[in-house]
Design a binder for this molecule. Structure first.
Ligand SMILES: [Zn+2]
Ligand SMILES: [Zn+2]
Length: 398
């Protein structure tokens, strides 16, 4: 059985290669769903390593399959590949060469870790039980089209061979370098946007009785939406309902025809998620109706809450501790309010998601989605070690 020293040595040997790949991808960031260069790079590196490569998952998705020397479970690992539409303002030598595009969420690091894990695992194949499926996913950042994860699942990424359990990881600014954190249950929020279009009847400001005022109706809806969390959600559960847009009117003395409200809902389990959706729709429709207008609600269920399976969590926790040591494991106290489409994988198969720390003592890390975002590449080595350990230990089964 590969011990920690062997894995650490193999990862250290692979680290310059992993960092080169990370910088190559960083220089060439690609938009969600258009990761063609990155996908080609991933497929080429996997093929060079002798990994079986499968393509044709949601356009740019790539799957690498590593079969161990004896039977066992199939362990899936997800790595996202997309960048964000923004200019990079860092001053390092491997800065984005594509104007208006930047890897500011660390997905370049995630993809490089996936290839690093493939390289190390190919060297440990004799000791590998079961199968490892490396799932390189497009469009994590694109919640508006539903995210790449669910379309990779639709296109068969979890079949042939069938994935028994999954792990995933995100570089995490708030945790110290070398640590890996996780928790049982809710890990990240479900994130669902809504648009409410209020239809009234326009008219002269001095004759409100002859009009139906969509701004007044909208105001009542915005107020009433605050009752969803305070009056409908169990006080021991959590949810957020935020209205971020309220638009209507063109002149101070005109009652407009329509008004629009847009907002987002965060939730941490499916029950609360559906309760909030039903209440938002009912409040908007019934309030508008009671006040003589009409509300048309476009409520989109995009990323579900990311919920870690307790058994996979226990195993992953044991992997982190045996590979990096007790002091490097972080029991994450609270779910993060951001959305993450790994949630679709975690709904399909038992899974656990992890946070990979890169914060240095005394340094205030730059948060993701910032034009000056950067992470310490030393974190990648710790991440790859945990992925390799998870492949070896989870592949053995119970
Ligand atoms: Zn992001
Ligand atoms: Zn991200």
């Amino acid at each position: 059985m590969a011990d920690t020293d062997t894995i650490e040595r193999l990862v250290q040997e692979a680290l310059p290669w992993i960092i080169d790949i990370r910088r190559d991808i960083h220089r060439h960031p690609e938009k969600s769903g258009q990761e063609t260069r990155t996908a080609a790079l991933v497929a080429a590196r996997l093929a060079e390593l002798g990994v079986e490569v499968k393509t044709g998952y949601y356009n740019t998705g790539v799957v690498g399959v590593i079969r161990g020397s004896r039977p066992g479970k199939t362990v899936g690992m997800r790595f996202d590949m997309d960048a964000l539409e923004m200019d990079e303002l860092t001053d390092h030598g491997f800065k984005s060469t594509i104007p208006g595009m930047m890897h500011s969420c660390g997905h370049d690091g995630h993809t490089a870790m996936g290839l690093g894990a493939a390289k190390v695992l190919m060297g440990l194949r004799d000791e590998l039980a079961g199968t490892v499926k490396l799932i390189f996913q497009p469009a994590e950042e694109d919640a508006q089209t539903g995210g790449g994860a669910q379309y990779m699942i639709r296109d068969g990424a979890l079949e042939d061979p069938k994935v028994d359990c999954m792990v995933g990881m995100h570089l995490w600014p708030d945790d110290m370098l070398g640590t890996v954190g996780t928790k049982p249950g809710a890990m990240m929020a479900g994130s669902d946007p809504f648009i409410i279009k209020i239809e009234g009847k326009g008219g002269h400001a001095s004759l409100p009785h002859r009009a139906i005022d969509p701004i007044y109706i909208g105001s009542q809806i915005v107020s009433a939406l605050q009752s969803v969390v305070s009056r409908n959600v169990d006080p021991f559960e959590q949810a957020v309902v935020t209205v971020g847009v309220f638009q209507g009117g063109s002149r101070y003395n005109v009652i407009p025809e329509t008004a629009t409200i847009q907002g987002t809902v965060r939730s941490f389990n499916e029950e609360v998620r559906m309760l909030v959706r039903d209440r938002v729709i009912a409040i908007a429709e019934k309030t508008a109706e009671a006040l003589g207008g009409k509300a048309v609600v476009d409520y989109r269920l995009t990323y579900p809450p990311l919920v870690n399976d307790r058994r996979v969590y226990e195993k992953v926790k044991a992997c982190i501790i045996s590979e990096l040591g007790e002091d490097k494991f972080i029991e994450v106290a609270r779910a993060a309010p951001g959305g993450e489409d790994f949630a679709f994988f975690a709904k399909a198969v038992p899974a656990a998601f992890m946070f990979l720390g890169y914060r240095k003592p005394g340094e205030e890390p730059v948060q993701p989605h910032n034009p000056r975002y950067d992470f310490d590449e030393a974190a990648l080595g710790y991440g790859v070690r945990v992925f390799v350990r998870c492949a070896l230990d989870l592949g053995k089964g119970d």
